[in-house]
Design a binder for this molecule. Sequence first.
Ligand code: FE2
Length: 302
Amino acid sequence: MQQLSDIQSAPEELQDYYEQLRAQHVTPAWLGGGISLEPQSQAVPYVWHWRDLRPQAMRAAELVGTQQAERRVLRLTNPNLPGIASNTLVANIQIVMPGEIARAHRHSGAALRLIIEGQGGYTVVNGERVPMAPGDLVLTPNWSWHDHVNDTDAPMIWLDGLDTPLVRMLEAGFYEEYHQERQELAPLVNASEWHYPMSEMRAALERAREESAELVRKNQQEVAAAKAELIAAAKKQSDELLAAARKTISEEKRQALAELRAQAVDIAIEAAGRLVQMNMDDGKQKQLVEEYLSQLPKETRV
Ligand SMILES: [Fe+2]
């Protein structure tokens, strides 16, 4: 019969064996490490506040030019990771000042940009001019040429997100500079596939909100109708139950009243008996009982 083997080895012998393996660049897999029962991440939660970041971005714009810095970016660094926000993403605050450009280049990492501040300016993606306004999402897919231009009189600031940590982990990170500082601009298109303008997104959100409100209204109407239907059904059922109950009560009541009547008759007879003692004849006695009974409530007349 096959079973798990139980081999007991002397610690010294094992250590000696492990030393030999180490010298041969071999690792025994049973010595821990590798897969865990639960997911484990080195990244920790952290919040960067805009009130802290913006002044530092403006300070960077004072201290460093875009000639010196390929990109003037401040990396949001997870406290537990080396210069990256998460194990797979970097998040940067990038600033381009009025009249500045950030030169054209491309790289194997893909980037998305969420525009925070600015009154225009643009990114050029593969020759296509993509305007940037607060709230816009601008994409520069991997290996697409891109440069940034601020032709306004106010700072342009945005959040960059890149998948460079993941790309580097796959040892697929590389980069190329464009043969000139800026790309030639292709004819302007207003519906770039790299651009998700906030103005359009806001309109889409408004439409979604209205559609959602309409759905809620419709749902409320359906609920109200269903409620009314339920109430009507319950009322009908209740009426039927009440009618049946009345019948039952009426039956019981009839019996109770019949008993009362019997008692009343007894009392009347007793009263008549007393009248007999007062020399009243049988005929008058009977008539008196009948008169008495006729005065009793109708329900007691069975
Ligand atoms: Fe870039």
